[in-house]
Design a protein around this ligand. Structure first.
Ligand code: NDP
Length: 285
């Protein structure tokens, strides 16, 4: 039986410190405030927005919703981002992606001020993750993986970590963060040969591929820690991760569930970044 690395437990552990920091900001003159920039009515964006609003409310973080129609032009989107950048009462901005077809996502990401880019989408934020220099936040999901590993005391220094997936949202940034903690990191992707063998060799496996239940018993070994980042739906339309939980759980040492794992911690991490951004603006970080 594996230890279940519950995201809820991590969220509960983070909450008192985050609430205290919100209070510190309010006493210093500003309520940490997150702008949620949504283009169109994508159901998964709406669902994440509801979750983010609930978590923000629980922590005392303010929310400003900016909703643009799906047929918005690039110029109108860039105008909205410029307004967020200029508004001193907004400390962070979460822009849902992918943007509807036809919009220049790279230009929109680059337009967001790195100080407000609490989800690591701008080139400046990513430069910070990769070089350690400058200012910016890592993508919240990558940071959430680190929070879970740290909360449960998973040894990273010297550990062999396999990261499957090389997107700029999760795979690449989390690999950089693990390297910074002296893990020995192997990055795998769709062209990796004998992926199951690479996974079995690791102390920690981070699965971020977006393939429902694709990692079965053949990928795992006793004692491993498994971080399942995937948010997918199985054939029965039930929410599931990249890992076949029922196959992996009897083998490995510890595993994050889906739902209730990394996704849960991502929302709190987003709020943590907003609070940090507000503290920086107030000069109390
Ligand atoms: P992307 O589609 O951008 O990247 C997927 C990665 O997985 C690619 O690098 C791809 O490799 C790799 N991959 C695909 N198929 C295979 C395969 N057969 N074997 C090995 N590697 C493979 O996805 P994201 O990184 O954006 O998201 C990954 C997952 O994480 C999704 O399920 C998403 O829903 C979830 N997610 C969860 C969040 C959370 O808060 N928990 C937040 C954001 C995303 P290649 O580069 O070779 O194509």
């Amino acid at each position: 039986m594996a230890r279940i690395l519950s995201g809820k437990e991590v969220v509960q552990a983070m909450a008192p410190g985050l609430k205290e920091r919100v209070q510190g900001c309010v006493e210093a003159g500003a309520q940490p405030t997150l702008a949620i920039l949504r283009v169109g009515e994508n159901p998964s964006d709406l669902s994440y927005e509801r979750t983010a609003c609930k978590r923000a409310e629980a922590l005392g973080v303010g929310i400003r919703s900016i909703v643009l129609p799906a047929n918005v032009t690039n110029d109108q989107l860039l105008d909205a981002i410029a307004q967020v950048n200029a508004d001193e009462s907004i400390h962070g901005c979460l822009m849902f992606r992918p943007l509807p077809a036809g919009l220049d996502e790279a230009a929109a990401c680059a337009a967001l001020d790195a100080r407000k880019d609490i989800d690591g989408i701008s080139p400046a934020s990513l430069a910070r993750v990769f070089t350690g220099a400058g200012y910016g936040f890592p993508p919240a999901t990558a940071q959430a993986c680190m929070h879970v590993l740290d909360h449960y005391g998973v040894q990273l220094h010297g550990a062999r970590v396999v990261v499957v997936g090389r997107s700029l949202v999760i795979g690449k940034p989390v690999a950089m963060m693990l390297l910074a903690r002296n893990a020995t990191v192997t990055m795998c992707h769709s062209r990796t040969e004998d992926l199951a063998a690479r996974c079995r060799e690791a102390d920690v496996v981070i699965c971020a591929t977006g393939r429902a239940k694709a990692f079965g018993a053949e990928c795992f070994a006793p004692g491993q820690t498994i971080i399942d980042v995937g948010i997918n739906f199985d054939e029965a339309r039930n929410l599931c991760g990249d890992v076949d939980f029922d196959a992996a759980e009897p083998i490995v040492g510890a595993i994050t569930p889906v739902p209730g794992g990394i996704g849960t911690v991502t929302t709190s991490t987003t709020m943590e970044h907003v609070i940090h951004s507000c503290e920086s603006a107030l000069g109390i970080a």
